[in-house]
Design a protein around this ligand. Structure first.
Ligand SMILES: Nc1nc2c(ncn2[C@@H]2O[C@H](COP(=O)(O)OP(=O)(O)OP(=O)(O)O)[C@@H](O)[C@H]2O)c(=O)[nH]1
Ligand SMILES: [Mg+2]
Length: 793
């Protein structure tokens, strides 16, 4: 025999926190209402046969949104053996409204008053014995976050479920109301058990449409409704709501003692600033700038460089010991052996002749920056050679026959840990592995998977920030601030929550749209949520920022704001069309008090998100890397189709595909087979975009074209997983294709405008037919944005 215990309560009351603590699972917790949108089952620790069910939060048993229906249907149809009604102790009055309804379900109930730690800090006191007496069920106090009292609660809940002691309602409404309820109970058919009759009678009186659907026979209660409405001169739903509140306020006086204080709480003080009409947006912008700057440009880059160049590169000095000495020696060696006047002259000549990369080479020589020179030499030596400018001659002994610099050997300093490719390469050489396999393993798998894994540190840093902002309560303020602005355009701030979650990963973000009650608004959210850069798009941003913009600080935040811009303008434009017109649903969001998240919560949330990316690297990315490598090494060898270790991209299968479709992207500035292949592979998983550049060489793109490439990849159709989620949530193929089509068009036009107009401004492109098209796109866009809405006409 197995026992089912369900957790039911208001949104943001701590159900999932309690669920995680009692089952040892790791479900998503956030400090805003509506985090959980699906039911989740787990095994209660220490009780073999007890299953615990986490449900989405609900304010009442009259559901309005999809996830509320999930919770109510579970309670009514599946009838768990007991309900733990979790109540936010800091908001007890509002929470009890749901409790009075849960008591009517005829299922054993135990009440858990949560947030004991906060109550204690404030000096408020809840008299649980009195509360228990008045409500007619057992009441315990807990802190789900700190773990206080939760074991006791679990044991009591299990005992209660085993005892099968049906909850009987002790509260009474006004006599007239009770009379009508009794009358209605008499009309219900016999298949409804006695203890559930009150619940069904009240729902019928409240004209709850959805409850009729689950009843086998529906009695006619219109007379009873009329009677009640005449007597109270109000509609039945309000009458009953009112009765519940009258009852709650009659008991609350005796059960709660609040510490006297008229001082503003710390939360109120913070909110005065962060939700201030003028300051709110700039503060949000600064916060997100810092988050992206730190994750992508500073801490993140440092960690990512180490993984890319060290672990998945040549290797690294253990604990950095020896690095400084090595660099000093290298500089000295380069001064003496590399930078000669002869080399300088070649570079100057190259600049005059406009050879690709000449400026970079010249600057590196002028700065005596060997790292920069080595990189520029690697990229542009061929271009120099073509113009008859021979750098190798000038370099003399500084370079060996294979084109490797002969400077000091890193492995002679400190403790040198070779990178994975070096180790594996040596291993493969030792067993005389053939060329093909060595290439596939080193240049295909390790380079491809490594390129993606290398960015995991950056993602983890981003996830730490997100976890912190989410669980401290700031993100719910952002939704509140956004609501104020969105409302002006007929949009609801609720649409903002999926976006915040989507910053981690689009899939849960799309699922979060379930809290939007209006179907049109929800569809619109599904179409635009994945515009926000998710964790997997971070590597693309980092790659472009580092490779083309010298790691400029503004690139990463700009990608975030570009996503935001796409969402907001899309919202405004779409809302003005007939398809989506309509008043925004009211968005009532209480702002939960700020609190310091525990280190455990933040780390767990970071790990949960990070781990799914690492798993992806071992599966989808691994497979894609193999496909990309094979595709780029099989092709026309000159003597028919076959494998060649130094196949030119243009001759390969992949290159041919890229060449066939690359014209599509020519107006966007990346008329290049690699970038095209990367974009296509990005549909499988966004990280694969950098994976492709790991396998195929990154050929120098010009900055504006690079930014257009970035914009297109950020905004176009998301990865397969997210597309699947859109399909599921839309539940309609036509709408799915509308969504994908819309995103792709939006991305294409944005990238077009960036490349054509941006390029014209910085002098990268000339004036042409596409410039005119780009200008027309901008005009059309502004028109759609500012035209009067259909509704007003
Ligand atoms: N101080 C304090 N905070 C808590 C406690 N329990 C939960 N929280 C915090 O309250 C917030 C909401 O917790 P969740 O567990 O996501 O709430 P939920 O009831 O599952 O919310 P929904 O899924 O939206 O219905 C989180 O920020 C938790 O860290 C507690 O006992 N004390
Ligand atoms: Mg939850």
């Amino acid at each position: 025999m197995s026992i089912k215990v369900a957790l039911a309560g208001n949104p943001n009351s701590g159900k999932t926190t309690l669920f995680n603590a009692l089952t040892g699972s790791n479900q998503f917790v956030g400090n805003w209402p509506g985090v959980t949108v699906e039911k989740k089952e787990g095994k209660l620790k220490g009780h073999k046969d007890v299953a615990l069910m986490d449900l989405p939060g609900i304010y009442s048993l009259s559901p309005y949104t999809l996830e509320e229906v999930v919770a109510r249907n579970y309670l009514i149809n599946e009838r768990p053996d007991a309900i733990i009604n979790i109540v936010d102790g800091t908001n007890i009055e509002r929470n009890l409204y749901l409790s009075t309804q849960i008591m009517e379900l005829g299922i054993p109930v135990i009440m858990a008053v949560n947030m004991l730690d906060v109550l204690e800090k404030r000096g408020d006191k809840i008299h649980i014995n009195k509360l228990s007496e008045k409500l007619g069920c057992e009441v315990v106090e807990i802190s789900a976050l700190k773990g206080t009292g939760i074991r006791d609660l679990a044991n009591k809940a299990v005992k209660l479920a085993e005892s099968k002691k049906k909850n009987t309602v002790v509260h009474k409404f006004a006599n007239e109301v009770e009379e009508v309820i009794d009358e209605t109970k008499g009309l219900l058919s016999a298949d409804i058990p006695e203890e559930q009759k009150r619940f069904f009678a009240i729902k019928l009186l409240e004209r709850d449409e959805k409850i009729r659907e689950i009843m086998r026979t529906v009695p006619d209660v219109s007379k009873q409704i009329d009677k009640l409405e005449k007597a109270f001169d109000d509609d039945t739903e309000s009458i009953i709501t009112n009765e519940r509140y009258v009852y709650i306020s009659s008991i609350i006086k005796d059960c709660v003692t609040k510490a006297k204080s008229d001082k503003l709480t710390a939360s109120d003080k913070i909110d005065r600033i962060v939700t201030n009409r003028i300051l709110a947006l700039p503060i949000f912008a600064v916060v997100m700038c810092i988050v992206y700057y730190i994750s992508v440009t500073t801490v993140g880059t440092w960690a990512t460089d180490w993984t890319n160049d060290g672990v998945f590169g040549d290797g690294f000095h253990l604990f950095g010991i020896g690095t400084a000495q090595y660099e000093e020696d290298l500089d000295k060696w380069a001064d003496e052996n590399v930078f000669s006047t002869e080399l300088e002259q070649i570079a100057e000549k190259a600049v005059k002749e406009n050879v690709a990369g000449a400026e970079e080479v010249k600057d590196a020589i002028a700065d005596k920056d060997f790292g920069a020179f080595e990189e520029a030499y690697g990229s542009y030596n061929d271009a120099f050679d073509e113009k008859g400018l021979n750098m190798d001659e000038a370099l003399g002994d500084a370079i060996d026959e294979e084109g490797e610099f002969t400077g000091p050997d890193t492995s002679e300093y400190g403790v040198w840990v070779p990178g994975i490719p070096v180790l594996v390469g040596n291993g493969l050489e030792a067993i005389h592995c053939n060329d093909f396999l060595t290439g596939l393993i080193i240049d295909g798998i390790i380079a491809g998977v490594g390129a993606v894994l290398g960015f995991v540190p950056q993602m983890l840093v981003l996830f730490i920030f997100l976890a912190f902002l989410e669980s401290c309560g700031y993100m719910s303020r952002v939704a509140f601030i956004m609501d104020r602005i969105f409302r002006k355009f007929g949009l609801s701030g609720k649409a903002f929550i999926p976006i915040l979650i989507g910053t981690g990963c689009g899939v849960p973000g799309l699922m979060a749209t379930r809290t939007i009650e209006n179907d049109r608004d929800r569809k619109m959210s599904l179409m635009t949520t994945t515009f926000i850069p998710c964790g997997a798009k971070l590597p693309i941003i980092a790659l472009i920022a580092a490779a083309l913009f010298n790691g400029a600080w503004w690139v990463a935040p700009s990608a975030y704001f570009l996503g935001m811009f796409a969402i907001i303008t899309s919202g405004i434009i779409l809302k003005k069309t007939k398809l989506f017109a309509g008043e925004p649903a009211p968005f009532v969001m209480e702002l939960p008090a700020y609190h310091w998240p525990t280190v455990g919560t933040v780390l767990r949330s970071m790990w949960e998100r990070g781990w799914s990316f690492i798993k992806k690297a071992g599966t989808i990315i691994l497979l894609s890397s193999i496909v990309v490598w094979l595709g780029s090494h099989f092709g026309n060898t000159g003597s028919g189709f076959g494998y060649s270790s130094d196949m030119e991209l243009a001759d390969s299968v992949l290159g041919s595909i890229g060449n066939v479709v690359k014209w599509i992207f020519a107006p966007l500035g990346f008329n290049d087979a690699t970038a095209t292949v990367a974009t296509i592979m990005g549909l499988v998983a966004k990280e694969e975009v950098v994976g492709v550049f790991g396998v195929l060489d990154f050929e120098g793109m010009l900055p504006v074209a690079g930014y257009a490439f970035l914009a297109f990849n950020l905004l176009c159709a998301p990865c397969f997983a997210a597309m699947g989620a859109i399909k599921r949530e839309m539940n309609n193929s036509k709408w799915f294709w509308i969504a994908i089509g819309y995103m792709t068009c939006f991305a294409y036009l944005t990238a077009l405008v960036i490349y054509q107009i941006g390029g014209l401004i910085v002098g990268e492109t000339g004036f042409g037919i596409f410039t005119i098209i780009a200008i027309l796109v901008v005009i059309g866009f502004l028109y759609l944005l500012f035209r009067p809405s259909k509704e007003n006409n």
